[in-house]
Design a protein around this ligand. Sequence first.
Ligand SMILES: C[S@@+](CC[C@H](N)C(=O)[O-])C[C@H]1O[C@@H](n2cnc3c(N)ncnc32)[C@H](O)[C@@H]1O
Length: 288
Amino acid sequence: MNYRHAFHAGNYGDVFKHTLLVQLLRALQRKEKGFLYLDTHAGRGAYDLSAPPAPAGQSRPPEWPQGIGRLWDAADLPPPLADYVALVRAFNERAGAGRGRLRYYPGSPWFAALARRPQDRLAFWERQPDEAGALRTEFARRRRVTVECGDGYGALRAALPPPERRALVLIDPPFEDQGEFDAVLGALREGLQRFPSGVYVVWYPVTERARAEAFHAALRALAPPPTLGVELAVTADPQVRMKGCGLLVINPPWRFADELQPLLPVLAGKLGIDAGAAARCAWLVPET
Ligand SMILES: C[S@@+](CC[C@H](N)C(=O)[O-])C[C@H]1O[C@@H](n2cnc3c(N)ncnc32)[C@H](O)[C@@H]1O
């Protein structure tokens, strides 16, 4: 497996995923009771955007300028995007980037750690030993944080149901091969059997419309609780392989769908490449 998230850190897919992740964490925090944040494919936790994006000899432009790079100095952002950028700024200051400078990008574990309250518990799983080692270093000696080097799909069996009886589970695989969609569905089936009231969030790439529709249909066949589908397209250009990405949210918190509405056109406007850019949100399995 060659995937390294460092090549993609801070790209439009990360901006989309992490902005919504922060909003979900905030929404769960409206209740005082603590919860488990389980990150099944956590990555290394922190990325240096000044490091070369590709191994020596390979030409590969960095992706972050078309992601966080477009928001860093933007004025008049709606509150969810301003909240997200403020966390990236706080992370840079903490890491010593220098005043107002964008140098580091936090992975999903750090977004959760920056947003957490003392009563919230964080569990990170990462299969690549190097990445898991870096993640362990990031979170060494932090209270109520665990890092496991292992198969994140197995994390749902190991960690659910949580003693807190509240959980937000992020499933964010690399999708290096098409079999990943089936692995996600298998993990969701097991997670929902073990803990039906959890909030499950799955990020996926949109390369072909038909593949995304088939994924949605297979998800519906699991008869899950209410599920929201949120998608961002950055282009309709057939030459571009990854035209957008999506996030499935099973058991979204109350009013989350309504709160997304004003954010979606801004995300499409800021992150779009051409006139094919759009963002939308629809119930795959409606609330009853
Ligand atoms: C898209 S990246 C994760 C990014 C991270 N969630 C973030 O938002 O910052 C996917 C990660 O999953 C890891 N990975 C791949 N297969 C895995 C598996 N079966 N279990 C756990 N981690 C896996 C990869 O090494 C990679 O670091």
